[in-house]
Design a protein around this ligand. Sequence first.
Ligand SMILES: [Zn+2]
Length: 453
Amino acid sequence: MTDDMLDLLITDATLLLAGGVARTTNLGIRGKQIAFIGDERPAAARTLALPGRVVTPGFVNTHYHAGLNFVRGVAPDCGFAPSYTPGLPQASWLNEDEALALSRLGALEALRAGCTTLVDSFVHAEATVAGMAETGVRLFASQRLADVDFASVLEGDRRFDRARGERQLERAAAFVERWAGQADGRIQVHLTAHAPDTCSVEFLREIAALAERHDLPISTHLAQSQDEVDWVRARHDRSPVELLDELGLLNDRLLAGHCIHVDEADIARLGRSGAHVVHIPVGNAMSGRIAPTRRLIDAGAPICLATDTMHGDMIEVMRWTLAIGRLQAGFVADDWQPRDVFAMGTGNGATALGWADRLGLVAVGMLADLAILDFRQLHLTPCIDPLGSLIHNATAADVESVLVNGELVIDQGRATRVDDAAIRAEADRVCQALWKRCPKPLRPYPSVAGTPR
Ligand SMILES: [Zn+2]
């Protein structure tokens, strides 16, 4: 094998290139990168003939809580985020082993759905990050940073604890030192300032300084609920967007999740700031709320996409983004097309993370993080426009194989690095125990007889 030999040559597949332009040709991978695209067939250690398949950049899920799957199927009907909802088990009740089991399931499920990059934040990140990375996914991992006592939040109050904040900042700094660049570069880190109403002003300032020091992205939940806006206004006499701006967080480091309850001044401020709006259409629409995406874009805010507490199907997210934007506009605009939401689900997410030169595009020189969809399906036939079929007709279940860093981590629907049945069974066991600890649970669990398999 010569040095310039490809490690893998994928032939006869339809590639979705920049702008979602489809081209049926061959793609070669050497090491972690895409090294060749063209009609020739250079020598390769392994060749996969994949006619009838569509190759997209892996999806960049920019706001995810892998371990929060224990509220799936229930939380969307409560009308409020899980951390604020009595009757649901709480993340703060989990021990490290439980968080690990749930997070591994969440990571694997999203990876199986073609999400090659997850921007994740959850409790016990120190204990979960290696186990999540073991699935093969690329992670921007973070602890959930908040100096509020979440028990007081459930009672409709906010009590801040300076000592708690200091402990968390110390842990966050240690987390950054320990984990940035691990797992062959697949583990990256960021900071998650939970929300403007669950972090004190001093704490938010310190998170901004820590991010600056280590050149890290910051995730947050911003203007997620009217309650948050009202509380911040009552306490600080300004909107949450205004508050973050004053504290030095509203800039191009910020991945601002939700951005629903924003007024005209907030929208203009977000547009000027360079902050990335993380649009979460499925979960938010289920709660009866939605971000004013068109107005945010018109103001200059870049939009990327995420599944948040819902399952990791970014194809569904792109489809809902397209549909909801059209509902908001009342017509089909030339600049709200499949190519636009495709960019939001791929390249825009990479840009938000500062990785636009490496991720989010099928092109020579980019990292080989790819989702391969089997388009030889009844519901994907005929395929006139591969991008249109992807956005309108495909689902996560059509993802056949997934590569990260050039490695086949999902092959024909099966995880290659971990035991998916064992991960599922362990997470289900943990979830059952967790719901049993819930006083006055909103639902009995399990309600599906015979789980786990
Ligand atoms: Zn969230």
